[in-house]
Design a protein around this ligand. Structure first.
Ligand code: FE
Length: 336
C-alpha cells in the first residue's frame, strides 16, 4: 500500500512537472552579449525557453516588489551582495532549495535565499608616478593622513562601497570603521562622483593618486579597443588589498528563485545549470569575473594579467546585517 502511494505520488509529481510550460521568466540586471549563448545552451539542453526582462538593478527589484503575487518573474539576477541582501530583506526570494547549489557554491558566496554565480574583487588602483604599492597595502591605508588630497571615490552610498564598508565593520568594528571613513573623507581629492571607471581614469590622469574599483573595470580597460584607454592602465598600479590579513574584499553577481515564481521547477533547473562548469565559464567571462564554483578556470588573459590573490571569506550573506550601520556611519562621516 505504502509503495503504491509512493508510486502514485511520483507519477503525480511527474505529471505536474510536465504540466508546467517549458519556459521561465528571468529578470536580470546583467546584460552581456555573450549571455545569449548561455541562455541558448540552457534551452538546448532542457527545452526550457528563457524570456528575459532586462533593466537596472533597483528598477527590477522594485518591479518584482510591486508586482507581488502576480509577478511573472521566476528568477532574479543582480549584482552586488548589498542588492541581493536587499531583495532577500524584501522577502522576494524563495528559500534556496538546491543540494546541487549547496554542493557547488562555497558557503560564503550564498545565503539561504540566493547564490553567487561569479566573483569580482574590490581592488586598490594607484598612480605609479605618485605612489607605490607599499603606500596602500590595505583598505585601511586609504585613511592614512599622508594621502591627504590624493583619494578619489564614488559615492559611499553606492552598493559596491556599502558592501565593502559593511565588511570593514565585520572585521574592524563600527567605531574603527567610522574613524576610517572620516579619514578617507579628509583625504578626498574632490567630492565623490562618477562610477568606478571614472575613479580609475581620475587616478590615471593624476587628478588623484588612489581609488578603489571593481576588478572587471580594469580587465575591460586592458582589453579596450581604443589605445588611449589601454594606455591609461599602463599608468596604474593594482593592489590586492589586505593580503597580510583578512584578504581582498570580493563581491558577486548572483540570483535566486522568486517566491511567487509560476515555474519553480524550471527556475531551479536554471540556477543549477548556472553552477555547471560550462555555464560558470560563460557567466564569469562575460564580465571579466571569476567563477563562483571552485576549480572552474576561465581563459581570460586580462584577468590573468592582474595576478592571483587571496580573497576574504567573510560570508557575504551575513555582511547584510551591517549594511544599515555602514550607511549611517558613512552619512555621519560625510562620505556621500
Ligand atoms: Fe559595475
Amino acid at each position: 500500500m505504502t509503495r503504491h502511494l509512493a508510486a502514485l505520488a511520483l507519477t503525480l509529481g511527474a505529471m505536474l512537472a510536465h504540466a508546467e510550460p517549458p519556459e521561465l521568466n528571468l529578470y536580470s540586471a546583467r546584460h552581456y552579449r555573450s549571455d545569449e549563448a548561455l541562455y541558448a545552451d540552457f534551452t538546448r539542453r532542457t527545452g526550457i525557453r528563457i524570456n528575459r526582462i532586462e533593466g537596472r538593478e533597483q528598477e527590477l527589484l522594485e518591479r518584482i516588489v510591486n508586482e507581488g503575487e502576480n509577478s511573472p518573474a521566476d528568477v532574479f539576477i543582480t549584482v552586488d551582495a548589498a542588492r541581493l541582501a536587499q531583495a532577500e530583506a524584501y522577502g522576494v526570494f524563495a528559500p534556496l532549495d538546491s543540494a546541487h547549489l549547496v554542493e557547488r557554491i562555497p558557503a560564503h558566496l550564498r545565503s539561504g535565499a540566493w547564490a553567487a554565480f561569479s566573483v569580482r574583487a574590490r581592488v586598490i588602483v594607484y598612480n605609479r608616478r605618485a605612489l607605490t604599492a607599499a603606500d596602500v597595502p590595505r583598505y585601511e591605508s586609504l585613511a592614512d593622513p599622508k594621502l591627504k588630497g590624493k583619494v578619489c571615490s564614488r559615492s559611499g552610498a553606492h552598493p559596491y562601497n556599502l558592501t565593502l564598508v559593511a565588511a570593514l565593520i565585520a572585521h574592524n568594528g563600527e567605531a574603527a570603521t567610522e574613524a576610517w571613513a572620516r579619514g578617507v573623507v579628509a583625504n578626498f581629492a574632490r567630492p565623490p562622483r562618477g562610477g568606478d571607471l571614472d575613479q580609475i581614469k581620475a587616478v590615471a590622469t593624476g587628478e588623484c593618486a588612489v581609488a578603489v574599483s571593481n576588478s572587471y573595470y580594469l580587465a575591460r580597460l586592458m582589453a579596450a579597443e581604443r589605445v588611449e584607454e589601454r594606455n591609461l592602465v599602463k599608468r596604474l598600479g593594482i593592489v590586492w588589498p589586505n593580503q597580510d590579513g583578512y584578504g581582498t574584499h570580493i563581491n558577486v553577481s548572483g540570483g535566486g528563485v522568486l517566491k511567487h515564481s509560476k515555474h519553480p521547477a524550471a527556475a531551479r533547473a536554471f540556477l543549477d545549470y548556472l553552477a555547471s562548469d560550462d555555464a560558470q565559464r560563460y557567466f564569469a567571462n562575460a564580465n571579466n569575473e571569476w567563477p563562483a564554483v571552485p576549480g572552474v578556470s576561465v581563459d581570460n588573459p586580462d584577468l590573468d594579467a592582474m595576478g592571483r590573490f587571496r580573497a576574504d571569506t567573510l560570508p557575504l550573506g551575513s555582511i547584510a546585517s551591517h549594511l544599515v550601520a555602514a550607511q549611517k556611519l558613512l552619512d555621519r562621516a560625510g562620505y556621500r
